[in-house]
Write a protein that binds this ligand. Structure first.
Ligand SMILES: Nc1ncnc2c1ncn2[C@@H]1O[C@H](COP(=O)(O)OP(=O)(O)O)[C@@H](O)[C@H]1O
Ligand SMILES: [Mg+2]
Length: 191
């Protein structure tokens, strides 16, 4: 099927921006900047899998930790940022940042054209769809791109990792090593 696509041999990058640039979004040359927003409490191998895939697709990827006082996180913002930075260290075009307020406003300030989100199972879809459409309503020039993790991570969530750790189960294959050590320490200090 793919081979019948007349665009198959075309360059998959869009035409250089700046020319015909959509109004309202400041664009930086023809570089495609993507933002991967989330709570990352803590970052898991599923997040890292997605980050690695996206770092190959986009020129720059900003992993943006949402400052959300309504949630009751296990790790502080500083701890979560440190763990994320450690996890993305090998990837030269990936950086870590924090943001508050509207995601599309933050994206506009960063000159990003893409919002990256992960979809694990059908259960993620409804919420993600709602959010993507709302963001499109707020800022039509910014596209939400969904990516799938490797199958092995499609059941993995930060929430589950915390639960397993608290119950004494092994989380070795679920999170980066530095994260495993920190969760262990947290669980120990809370017992
Ligand atoms: N194991 C995983 N595989 C792929 N995507 C994931 C995985 N875990 C979380 N995600 C995605 O990463 C993004 C951030 O997740 P999360 O840190 O839970 O923040 P949020 O509070 O925004 O859901 C979401 O799009 C989520 O669906
Ligand atoms: Mg989540």
């Amino acid at each position: 099927m793919l081979s019948t696509n007349p665009h198959r041999n075309c360059c998959i990058r869009p035409a250089p921006l700046g020319y015909n640039a959509p109004r309202g979004v400041a664009l930086s040359e023809d570089k495609i900047i993507a933002i991967y927003p989330g709570s990352f409490d803590p970052v898991t191998n599923g997040h890292v899998d997605l980050i690695e895939r996206a770092s190959k697709l986009f020129d720059r990827l900003i992993v943006a930790l949402l400052l959300n006082p309504e949630k009751d996180p296990l790790f502080t913002v500083e701890e979560r940022v440190e763990m994320l930075k450690e996890a993305v260290k090998p990837l030269a075009n990936v950086e870590v940042d924090t943001f508050g307020g509207l995601l599309v406003e933050y994206a506009r300030r960063k000159r990003a054209r893409v919002l990256l989100r992960g979809i694990r199972a059908v259960s993620d879809y409804e919420y993600e769809l709602q959010m993507a459409l709302m963001n499109r309503q707020l800022q039509p020039e910014i596209e939400t791109v969904f990516m799938l993790p490797a199958e092995a991570y499609s059941y993995l969530s930060s929430h589950l990792v915390k639960e397993v750790a608290q119950l004494g189960g092994s989380i070795r294959d679920l999170v980066p090593p530095a994260v495993e050590a920190r969760i262990r320490a947290k669980v120990k200090s809370s017992q």
